[in-house]
Design a protein around this ligand. Sequence first.
Ligand SMILES: CCCCCCCCCCCCCCCC(=O)SCCNC(=O)CCNC(=O)[C@H](O)C(C)(C)COP(=O)(O)OP(=O)(O)OC[C@H]1O[C@@H](n2cnc3c(N)ncnc32)[C@H](O)[C@@H]1OP(=O)(O)O
Length: 208
Amino acid sequence: MSAADGVREHYNLWLGRRQPPGTEDPDFTRLADAVRRLQDQFTASRPPPALAAHSADTIEDLVAALAGYQVGEPDQVAGRQFAAVGRGQTFVPPVEIDTFDGDSVTARVSFGRFYLGSNGAVHGGAISLLFDDLLGQVANAPGKPRSRTASLSVDYRRVIPLETELTVTAHTSRVEGRKVFVSGALRSDRHLLAEAEGLFVRLLADQQ
Ligand SMILES: CCCCCCCCCCCCCCCC(=O)SCCNC(=O)CCNC(=O)[C@H](O)C(C)(C)COP(=O)(O)OP(=O)(O)OC[C@H]1O[C@@H](n2cnc3c(N)ncnc32)[C@H](O)[C@@H]1OP(=O)(O)O
């Protein structure tokens, strides 16, 4: 399947459930994108004191404005903007899906400055986060029983550069009863950068 709307339509069926009408919220997605950019700019900035104070005032005003609109998990929109890169959340690195067939996925990702570990390398935890999310999506592909990560192993082969478009892939390697094993790889155009093996255990009825 190519990088067409059809791919994203499948993602709307994550966990085999259609998203309720009105779930996609372009204004909220724009807000999430702005917060992502803020995270990157904030991490990289060294503002003078007056600008730091002014920025803090502005953000505190925003926090106060959003405080009146807090909702519980069932009504949350962050993370459920399936038509948007990054799903309208600001935690998982922004992954852009290229192909997806239910058992394997090919995607692109670029880590902004927010994800810097040290000495120019992307933080290792961000790499684990990327794999947990993408491998988890494969394990929980539409029509499959819901599962959770039981184990995730990551091998860091090379320093992972910031602000570089990388390819990330994942595929189901085998299924044994309730256990779904999903493998992943992160590559630059020249090198294998990291590999992952995830075990996702399908949930029992009382674990849903
Ligand atoms: C609502 C709408 C949302 C929409 C939003 C959009 C989301 C868009 C996609 C995002 C995708 C994100 C995907 C992230 C997914 C998470 O990150 S989930 C969060 C992190 N994980 C957790 O919280 C899981 C915590 N652990 C648990 O709940 C339980 O340990 C588990 C995983 C359910 C398993 O417990 P259990 O059912 O009691 O299973 P148990 O009988 O112990 O083990 C079953 C088998 O697995 C094996 N096993 C279990 N654990 C392990 C282990 N650690 N190592 C090796 N083997 C193990 C056992 O040995 C056993 O093997 P067999 O004997 O059958 O051969």
